[in-house]
Design a protein around this ligand. Structure first.
Ligand SMILES: [Zn+2]
Length: 328
């Protein structure tokens, strides 16, 4: 029986970690963090789990590793990383979309499905959340016959995303700074990643779009609608961790991701609109000029100097039902 996976996708700094943390509080759902980085940052570099323990010392991940592979090892991680370089790249998306399989794809997705299956069993949760974000991994996973994949595609105003990628942010894991991009580079990635998720939906996968701005404007409504669209039992009744303006977060065993993954306790749910003050006119113009067709499609006004309104029509997009197809 296929393991149920909710894959949170979109360009980084769009609210993917926040959405994963919120989904992870729903009964029956276990958040795993960015599994794409488990192999290098967790297994090889021993970076901390969301619980604060080094990855290989975390009781949850140790049990997952034993159940999935008989234990974690650098050799295992290196094999998966070799396969990743071969199949999981943005430039391979056209071939994946055309169902032209690459050598190593089934072995690569099998490594992930073993992690998902083991985590689901250890946590006693039927649904796992992977916030790996990258569209290329979502395409890879969509080919697996043992992964029941639903993608939540998170989008955010590209001007806000461009501003966020310019910021200097430290990684609590090792004190190094998170990667910074110039606005033109963020814009390029924003367009490519969002178009890739649109393509994945057109290829028949279940892709549900969530706007960061809508999520923070009305978390209860957006999450209860999302749970219903995902077919997760409980609906709005599963959201008792939400209070006005706050979410009560518990410790989560997330293997990698944004520093927010270490947050436990009350988390203020407020929208970060600091780009309106700090992003220069030139950078706003550049980002808007390069993204305006998609901005309009997603409901962002190109001349809007005010916070965008929650879309009056449904912010959700569901395109088809996943057709798991193993490439042979
Ligand atoms: Zn842990």
């Amino acid at each position: 029986m296929a393991v149920r996976v909710v894959f949170v996708g979109g360009l980084g700094r769009s609210g993917t970690t926040l959405l994963e943390r919120l989904l992870g509080e729903v009964p029956g759902v276990v958040p795993l963090g960015e599994v794409v980085h488990l192999w290098e940052r967790g297994v090889n570099a021993h970076e901390p789990c969301g619980c604060g323990e080094p990855f290989t010392a975390c009781p949850f991940w140790r049990r997952v590793g034993i159940r999935a592979f008989g234990g974690w090892s650098p050799g295992l991680a290196d094999r998966v990383l070799t396969l990743r370089r071969r199949v999981d790249r943005t430039r391979h998306i056209p071939a994946l979309a055309a169902r032209r399989c690459r050598v190593g794809l089934s072995g690569y997705t099998r490594a992930y499905s073993r992690v998902y299956e083991a985590a689901s069993q250890i946590a006693a949760c039927p649904v796992v959340v992977d916030s790996s974000k990258h569209a290329s991994l979502a395409f890879c996973l969509s080919t697996s016959p043992v992964v029941d994949l639903s993608v939540v595609h998170v989008v955010r105003d590209p001007r806000a995303v461009a501003h966020s990628w310019r910021r200097r942010v430290s990684r609590p894991e090792n004190g190094a700074h998170m990667t910074r991009w110039r606005p033109w580079r963020t814009t390029l990635h924003w367009v490519v990643q969002n178009l890739a998720f649109e393509l994945l939906a057109r290829r028949g996968a279940t892709v549900i779009r969530v706007r960061y701005e809508d999520l923070l404007a009305d978390p209860h409504t957006v999450l209860s609608t999302l749970l219903a669209r995902l077919g997760l039992a409980g609906g709005g009744g599963a959201l008792t961790f939400l209070r006005p303006g706050l979410a009560e977060l518990s410790v989560a065993h997330t293997c990698a991701g944004n520093p927010m993954r270490f947050t436990a306790g009350p988390l203020a749910l407020s929208r970060d609109d600091s780009w309106r003050e700090h992003l220069s006119f030139w950078h706003r113009w550049l980002v808007t000029a390069l993204t305006w067709p998609l901005m309009l499609q997603y409901g962002y006004g190109v001349r809007d100097r005010q916070a965008p309104e929650a879309t009056s029509s449904s912010p959700w997009l569901t395109a088809g039902v996943a057709t798991a197809q193993e490439c042979r």
